[in-house]
Design a protein around this ligand. Sequence first.
Ligand SMILES: C[S@@+](CC[C@H](N)C(=O)[O-])C[C@H]1O[C@@H](n2cnc3c(N)ncnc32)[C@H](O)[C@@H]1O
Length: 272
Amino acid sequence: MSHRLFEGKAHASIYQKYRFTPPDEVKNYILQYLNKRKEEPHVLAVDLGCGTGQNSRLMAPYFQEVVGIDISECQLEEARAVPGFPNVTYRKGVAEVLPFPDGSVDLLTAASAAHWFDQSRFLVEASRVLKPRGCMALLGFCDSNTRLHYQNCGERLTHIYEEVKLALLPHTSNQVAVSEGKLEEIYSAIPFPDKERIESIRVSSPISVRNLVGFIETWSMFQASKKKDPQTAEDLLLKTQKRFLDEMGVTSPDTEIEHELEYFCVLASKPQ
Ligand SMILES: C[S@@+](CC[C@H](N)C(=O)[O-])C[C@H]1O[C@@H](n2cnc3c(N)ncnc32)[C@H](O)[C@@H]1O
């Protein structure tokens, strides 16, 4: 199954290194949405498909307890190795069968993960575990509209990035297309009347060329291509880094560029 792509130790370790923590702009949408519907204290947040825990840790200051759930033990091992978050724990499990009683969860999140779930089973389970007026937030980014900026060569860098995606396209999956579609179908299927889908939250942040190439390495379609032909995949990364640096006229992969990413967020609240 395609979600097995995330289970290897090596994949988990690059996830920890190169995946982005969701930006404050998205976090603020989620917390404002929740705060309008539910009074504090917020007791329990559950982060589904938590991977190495970036989003779980982001939620830690706002909840008494955060539980990250993932199907991959290797991802969870990396998440558990991050110190300093005593109210965050991680459990192996699936989004479709959650180890929580009915009506016990204030917020359910899934960051770049809901497209891997069995949609209808997940939605039944989400409805069961959420408290009345509890919320779900399914967030992610749409890589089709990514823009890179560096002096006057941003367009050419963006073009190189597009070419890498094109080269990996034969290894993509239906799930990635669901995410690129900003979870439209899951949104329509959410059975709660109170729901909204924010389609575009553009966020710009600096990233080194090294880390951008590392981010490409985390893509499921890159990992699928590497499984088939490790050497070609490795060559693609090296070649891409060189193309970026040549275009920029620099030699250090630590040189930073601006990375403009389009986030989306599906929000919904369970009726009283
Ligand atoms: C693209 S990664 C996102 C990880 C992390 N949330 C982030 O933002 O970087 C998707 C994660 O979902 C997990 N996953 C896939 N299907 C799952 C399921 N049915 N239940 C729980 N986790 C699942 C994978 O193991 C993987 O760690």
